[in-house]
Design a binder for this molecule. Structure first.
Ligand SMILES: Nc1ncnc2c1ncn2[C@@H]1O[C@H](COP(=O)(O)OP(=O)(O)OP(=O)(O)O)[C@@H](O)[C@H]1O
Ligand SMILES: [Mg+2]
Length: 224
């Protein structure tokens, strides 16, 4: 290996989208498929992934907690993210693992930025600070009409959380925010029509990720 050869580093994939869009279901399925293809996979989620970050998650989702200012909410999310990046994501990537994360920075831009109306540039700066500018290689954005997503959540086994009490208007702003982010980063963010049946979404995800991996590997091996 020459001095110019790059450190072996893993692949970072995030799953994004509104409530009930199928992120958690598809994250599990995708990890199974990637493992079957021989990859060393780590499945994780945000907010969460470490002891402290999971505690912050509980506070963020708790319906009985005092009113949380949008800024406070953002700070708690960034605090959780830093722990997650330092203790879980970066070490796994350094070991060459494929990290699949259920929500990450795009959720902050969509919910706290487009949804709550916090300044997007300020959020971007704070997010860079929290992540040390670690960004996903690939992001799958699960897009579903707000009413469909919310009714799926109500129909499922998940317990209701603080965000379920938000208005439909809030969730529509979040969805539009995700759409705007995807249009700005066409190479990284792939939008998937998540109103399709679960099996067909899973097949789309697998085909898309496998195809992306092929291109990514061809690109990185040329650079070596
Ligand atoms: N394509 C689909 N068609 C119908 N139902 C689905 C589909 N995808 C997921 N579901 C169901 O919708 C519910 C929510 O799915 P899931 O928990 O994966 O969404 P999520 O995006 O992780 O939601 P949250 O934002 O609340 O974490 C579950 O009961 C799941 O089985
Ligand atoms: Mg989920």
């Amino acid at each position: 290996m020459g001095r110019t050869s790059r450190q072996p580093t893993g692949i970072f994939i995030t799953l994004e989208g509104g409530e009930g869009s199928g992120k958690t279901t598809q994250a599990r399925r995708l990890c199974e498929r990637l493992t079957a293809h021989g990859l060393d996979v780590l499945q994780t989620r945000e907010p969460g992934g470490t002891l402290l970050a999971e505690r912050l998650r509980s506070l963020l989702l708790d319906q009985t907690v005092e009113t949380i200012a949008p800024e406070t909410e953002a700070y708690l999310i960034f605090a959780a993210r830093r722990q997650h990046v330092d203790h879980v994501i970066k070490p796994a990537l350094a070991r060459g693992m494929t990290v699949v994360c259920d929500r990450f920075s795009d959720s902050t831009m969509a919910y706290q930025g487009y949804g709550r109306g916090l300044d997007l540039r300020a959020l971007r700066t704070m997010n860079d600070w929290a992540t040390g500018k670690l960004a996903p290689h690939l992001t799958l954005l699960f897009d579903v009409p707000v009413a469909v997503g919310l009714s799926r959540r109500r129909g499922g086994t998940t317990t209701q959380n603080r965000l379920d009490r938000e208005t439909e208007r809030f969730h529509r702003k979040v969805r539009a925010g995700f759409g705007a982010l995807a249009r700005k980063e066409l190479r990284r963010i792939m939008m998937i029509d998540s109103s399709q049946p679960l099996e067909s979404v899973a097949q789309t995800v697998e085909a898309l990720v496998m195809n992306w991996l092929k291109t990514y590997r061809a690109r990185t091996s040329r650079r070596r």
